[in-house]
Write a protein of this length. Structure first.
Length: 538
């Protein structure tokens, strides 16, 4: 009985994704958790002496989580012989340094290729067939249509998750797992091996057709129009349903990758049911067709195919190495897909993105890639400063996410950005000086509605004004602004900000007339938190 009790306790309290109000959140130790994370370089966790030099600066950068690779080649160097010593070292490093861990399973694929498969898999190309390109050339990529490879990968991943459960379920260092890394065919739109050609000529599985039909009104626009352009068929071959273009090839590969990964994920979850996600190497501006970018990976235009084929995958995530964070995150956040950014920028861009995705899209977290790059002063990096603020505000932010009472901004150009929240239109511009001249090239911030007419504003280098949207006096000014910090979960008020420390400008009267706003709040370069109350006047 006691073992039954402890087992069910461990299971019921395991990290999980849960819909709380309007947001899907990652629940860790019973509370919503924001991943203020960073991903280590690919080889950093292949040697413990090396890895152990990296932990300290992560904590100094205010990270609460590290994304760390675990590779198939090191976990199962010989078939059926498992070695989890590196995994144990990663868990110990996380615990000793008070960091949660997200494991990245580099199994069959890493950036499209199969470099992380064990040697016994790599060299057995009969048992584990490779993708062939259109010109007949072989590749270093395991075919997503290989059942043998899928089962071998699933076995290894299940063994990993079984070990993690045994070693960690009572401590919960590992809070999420990424299955594979940036999958998809590179160099061709699909697998052109003989067996893949045979499959491609067959009918689209009815399981997929049924799912597309069931979700007809919420399909991603690109897939929807592709389907419609080809006559909205409810069955037929891939080319009949999705057309003669490379898009049919990509749809076919998406189905096959997602099916394969669903099997791997399900095998892992059967051992230890942690939240699991996949990540996409997204389409780059210079890419012309699938295969220029990994074809079949979880691109937003094939999300509906992934949704149908991989129900055990909890999140389809974008790796963002492009400037258009707003466009990309909008494409990845759906009513059924929470947002998590496993790879992106550090630096000022990263600081701004972290605020933006968490405050605007209810993201469960953010993670710059290559976080183990040596920083001169880790505690002073833009990410450190942003995460410091976000970690202080985490309970307030996650509550506001679930209540729909938070918004966020990131801006580089000197234009006004707006959002509506709690009966106000919020205008945000880059920080100006007293004479109205822009003082920064990147600004970011989040705004939380805490009570009627009261807000928490946090961030850096922005001016924020409020315009009432409800009936009554048309302008809003500041009743008061109070800076502060959160210590051990408690708001510690600092100075009352006024005079030069709010958004004062000699153009105030003009600004009021033109923008129809009263005085607002100015966040300086050093990221900070303030609370404020508005009053209304005419
Ligand atoms: C990422 C990272 C790491 C032609 C690159 C980004 C990580 C992997 N791949 O440093 O290798 O493991 O997931 C792909 C970015 C696409 C840009 C292609 C430009």
């Amino acid at each position: 009985l006691s073992s039954f009790l402890s087992l069910s306790f461990a299971q019921s309290s395991a990290p999980r994704l849960e819909k709380r109000g309007q947001a899907t959140q990652l629940i860790v130790d019973g509370k919503p958790f924001l991943l203020l994370a960073g991903e280590l370089h690919n080889s950093s966790s292949s040697n413990l002496d090396y890895l152990n030099t990296l932990w300290k600066p992560l904590k100094q950068q205010h990270l609460n989580t590290a994304l760390v690779a675990v590779s198939w080649e090191l976990v199962e160097p010989q078939e059926g012989k498992f070695d989890f010593s590196l995994v144990d070292g990663i868990l110990k490093g996380g615990r000793d340094n008070n960091l949660k861990i997200v494991l990245l399973w580099f199994g069959s694929w890493k950036n499209g290729l199969s470099h992380y498969a064990p040697e016994w898999v790599k060299k057995d190309t009969r048992r584990f067939p490779r993708i062939k390109l259109e010109n007949g050339r072989s590749t270093e990529t395991i075919s997503a249509l290989s059942t043998e490879a899928m089962n071998a990968d699933a076995k290894a991943f299940a063994a990993l998750m079984k070990h993690v459960k045994k070693a960690d379920a009572s401590k919960q260092t590992v809070i999420m797992v990424q299955v594979e890394n940036e999958v998809g065919v590179i160099g061709a739109a699909r697998d052109y091996s003989d067996f893949a050609n045979v499959e491609f000529a067959k009918a689209v599985p009815s399981e997929l057709m049924q799912s597309l039909i069931a979700h007809k009104n919420e399909l991603q626009p690109q897939l929807k129009s592709l389907w419609e352009q080809n006559g909205s068929k409810t069955g037929g071959t891939w080319s009949q349903v999705f057309g003669k273009s490379a898009s049919a090839d990509e749809a076919f590969m998406a189905w096959n990758y997602a099916k394969y990964i669903n099997t791997v994920t399900a095998a892992g979850k059967a051992e230890y049911n942690l939240p699991m996600f996949v990540n996409a190497w997204i389409v780059q501006p210079e890419d012309k067709r699938p295969g220029d970018y990994p074809s079949g990976g979880p691109q937003s235009h094939v999300h509906d195919i992934w949704r149908a084929a991989a129900p055990t995958v909890d999140i389809l995530s974008p790796d963002i190495y492009l400037q258009d964070t707003k466009g990309i995150t909008a494409m990845y956040k759906h009513s059924w897909n929470p947002l998590f950014i496993p790879e992106s920028f550090a630096g000022l861009d990263g600081a701004a993105n972290a605020f933006y995705v968490i405050g605007r899209h209810d993201a469960i977290g953010y993670s710059p890639f290559g976080i183990d790059n040596k920083a001169e002063k880790p505690a002073e990096t833009p990410i450190a400063k942003a995460y410091n603020i976000l970690s202080q505000l985490t309970p307030e932010i996650t509550k506001a996410q679930s209540e729909g009472k938070i918004t966020a901004f990131t801006l580089k150009a000197d234009s006004v950005q707006t959002a509506e929240l709690a009966g106000y239109k919020i205008n945000v511009t880059l920080r100006k000086n007293w004479s109205g001249v822009t003082q920064a090239s990147q600004g970011y911030g989040l705004v939380i509605n805490t009570a009627p007419d009261e807000f928490t504003v946090a961030g850096s280098n922005i001016d924020v004004t409020f315009v009432p949207l409800s009936a009554g006096p048309k302008m809003a000014g500041l009743s008061w602004v109070r800076e502060g910090i959160v210590e051990n979960g408690v708001w510690k008020p600092g100075r009352l900000l006024n005079g030069d420390n709010i958004m004062i400008s000699y153009k105030l009267a003009e600004q009021a007339a033109v923008n129809k706003t009263g005085t607002g709040i100015r966040l300086l370069d050093e990221p900070s938190i303030s609370k404020l109350k508005l009053y209304r006047f005419e």
